[in-house]
Design a protein around this ligand. Structure first.
Ligand code: ATP
Ligand code: MG
Length: 447
C-alpha cells in the first residue's frame, strides 16, 4: 500500500534507473548500532574508508539484523577494485572466477569484500537460455544495488554513520515481511535460475512471503535449473539443508513445483514414502542442531537422504545373486553417480558418505574381535549415529543400536561378556580367499 503510494507520488513504475539515490535511514529509524557488527567487519570498513574508499556491510547481514536474526557472516561491498582492497590489508587474497572477490583475514574472521558490480548489457555473455556466464564488470553503488536479487538484500550499512542506505525500499518490504525481487522477476530468474531456490530458502528461513509477482513465474521457469552447473546447485542445496529450516524449505520447494525431476535428490526426499520417516527425522534433527548453534555434518546429512535409495538397489542386486558386500558397493556408487549428474557433491563428502554406509553391515557382527575393530574406525561415531537413526526410524531392530550404545560405553571386562558366540559359518567365511569380484571392496569390507 505504502509502496504503491510512494511510487505513484514519485512517478510510476520503478526501474533500476529510478533508483539512483538511496533513502538514507538513520539509526533512529532502524535501531542497528555499530556494536551489532562483528569486529572484523567494522575494522575492514574503517580501513577501506581511511584509504578513501566507500565501504559498507551489505546483503544478508543487514537484512538479518533488521529482522532481529543473527547474521551468519558479514559481507562488505566497496568501490575499491580487488587490487585496491588487496593493497589495504596485509592478510588478504583475491579469489573467485565468476566474480573476483577479496578475502580479508581479521583474527579468526574472514570477510568477503566485493567490488560494486555494474549493470549487465548486451555485451554480457549468457548461455542460450539467458543465464549470465561472466559477471566481472564493476559499477556504481546504485548499479550494484540493482544487480542484487531481492530488495531486502540490497541494503548497505555504514558503520561510520550507522545509517542504512536503501535503494529499493528493502526496509519497508522487510517490515511487511515480503521478499520482493528487484526488477522483473522473469528476467532475473533467466539471468540466474538459482534465484528461484534462494527465494524459497530465504522466505522459509526468515518467515517472509515471496511477493506474488516473484512467486508466480517459478513454477513455469523451474526447468531452467537444469542448466545450472552442478557445483552451484550443490552449494545452494547445502545452504538450504543446513539453514536450520530445511523441512520448511523442502516443503515449500514442493509447493512451488521446484523439485520434480529437477534434482534427483529432491525426488528422493519428497516422493519416496518408504524413506520419508527416516529422511524427515534426519532433517528435523539437523534443523534442531543448527538452531542450537551446533555444527552439522553435510556428509551425514547426504548419507541419510540417500540411504533408502541405496537400500533398495542393494536388495535388488543381492536378489540377482550378487554377494552382500560387492552389492553394497555397487549400489553406493550407482546412487552417488545418479546424483552427480545434477549435483556435484564434493569428493571429500562423497568419501565420507561411503564410509558411513559401508560400515553399517559391520554393526551386525557382534562376535570375536570384529566389534573392537569397528570401534577403532575413525568414522565409527558418525556410522553409529547413523545406526541409531535407522533404529529410530524402524528400519532395523532397536536392540542392535542399544547393544552398540552399551558396548562402547562400558569397560573391557563387561565388554567381552557382551560378545555374542561366534557362529561356525562366520569363521569359515573369514578364511575364504578374496574373490576377484571383491577387488573393489576395500578395508571396511564385512565379508
Ligand atoms: P545467507 O543468509 O544465506 O548468507 P545472503 O543473502 O547473505 O544469505 P549470500 O550468498 O551470502 O546470501 O549473498 C550475499 C548477497 O549477495 C545477497 O544478500 C545478495 O545481495 C547478493 N546475492 C547473492 N546471490 C545472488 C544472486 N544469485 N543474484 C543476485 N544477488 C545475489
Ligand atoms: Mg551471506
Amino acid at each position: 500500500m505504502i509502496r504503491k503510494l510512494i511510487s505513484r507520488v514519485f512517478g510510476g513504475k520503478k526501474t533500476a534507473a529510478t533508483h539512483n539515490e538511496p533513502a538514507v535511514i538513520p539509526v533512529s529509524g532502524h535501531g542497528i548500532t555499530r556494536d551489532r557488527l562483528s569486529s572484523g567487519s567494522r575494522r575492514t570498513c574503517e580501513t577501506l574508508q581511511q584509504h578513501g574508499h566507500k565501504a559498507f556491510v551489505v546483503g544478508g547481514a543487514v537484512r538479518d539484523l533488521l529482522i532481529g536474526a543473527d547474521p551468519k557472516d558479514f559481507d562488505i561491498a566497496t568501490d575499491a577494485t580487488p587490487e585496491q582492497v588487496r593493497a589495504c590489508f596485509r592478510r588478504s587474497r583475491i579469489i573467485g572466477r565468476r566474480f573476483q572477490i577479496v578475502h580479508v583475514m581479521m583474527g579468526a574472521e574472514t570477510l568477503e569484500v566485493t567490488t560494486f558490480r555494474g549493470t549487465l548489457d548486451e555485451k554480457t555473455k549468457t548461455d542460450e537460455h539467458g543465464r549470465v556466464l561472466h559477471d566481472n564488470v564493476f559499477g556504481s553503488q546504485a548499479e550494484d544495488a540493482a544487480r542484487r536479487d531481492f530488495t531486502a538484500n540490497a541494503l548497505y550499512y555504514d558503520p561510520a554513520t550507522e545509517a542504512v542506505l536503501d535503494y529499493h525500499h528493502g526496509v519497508a518490504d522487510l517490515k511487511q515481511k515480503t521478499l520482493r525481487m528487484i526488477g522483473e522477476p522473469r528476467a532475473r530468474y533467466r539471468e540466474d535460475p538459482v534465484r528461484m531456490l534462494r527465494a524459497v530458502r530465504l522466505a522459509a528461513k526468515l518467515g517472509l512471503q515471496i511477493d506474488p509477482e516473484a512467486r508466480k513465474p517459478i513454477r513455469e521457469m523451474a526447468t531452467l535449473l537444469e542448466n545450472v552447473p552442478p557445483a552451484r546447485l550443490f552449494d545452494e542445496m547445502l545452504k538450504l539443508l543446513t539453514s536450520g529450516h530445511s523441512v520448511k524449505c523442502l516443503t515449500q520447494l514442493r509447493d512451488e513445483g521446484l523439485h520434480h525431476g529437477l534434482l534427483p535428490l529432491l525426488d528422493v526426499i519428497l516422493e519416496q514414502p518408504m524413506g520419508e520417516k527416516f529422511v524427515m527425522a534426519a532433517l528435523a534433527s539437523t534443523d534442531e542442531r543448527v538452531r542450537r548453534g551446533k555444527g552439522t555434518s553435510p556428509s551425514f546429512l547426504f548419507a541419510t537422504l540417500l540411504w533408502h535409495e541405496v537400500l533398495a538397489l542393494w536388495d535388488k542386486l543381492k536378489g540377482e545373486g550378487m554377494l552382500k558386500t560387492p552389492a553394497l558397493y555397487q549400489a553406493m556408487d550407482h546412487i552417488l553417480d545418479v546424483q552427480a549428474e545434477k549435483l556435484a557433491i564434493t569428493r571429500r563428502i562423497t568419501g565420507d558418505i561411503k564410509e558411513i554406509w559401508s560400515l553399517q553391515p559391520r554393526f551386525e557382527q557382534r562376535a570375536g574381535k570384529r566389534p573392537y575393530a569397528l570401534l577403532e574406525q575413525p568414522r565409527f561415531r558418525a556410522a553409529y549415529d547413523f545406526l541409531v537413526l535407522r533404529a529410530e526410524a524402524g528400519e532395523i531392530n532397536k536392540e542392535l543400536a542399544e547393544w552398540w550404545t552399551r558396548f562402547q560405553n562400558i569397560d573391557g571386562e563387561q565388554r567381552s561378556e557382551m560378545l555374542l558366540p561366534e557362529q561356525a559359518g562366520e569363521k569359515k567365511k573369514r578364511r575364504r580367499k578374496k574373490k576377484p569380484a571383491a577387488s573393489s571392496v576395500d578395508r571396511s569390507s564385512g565379508e
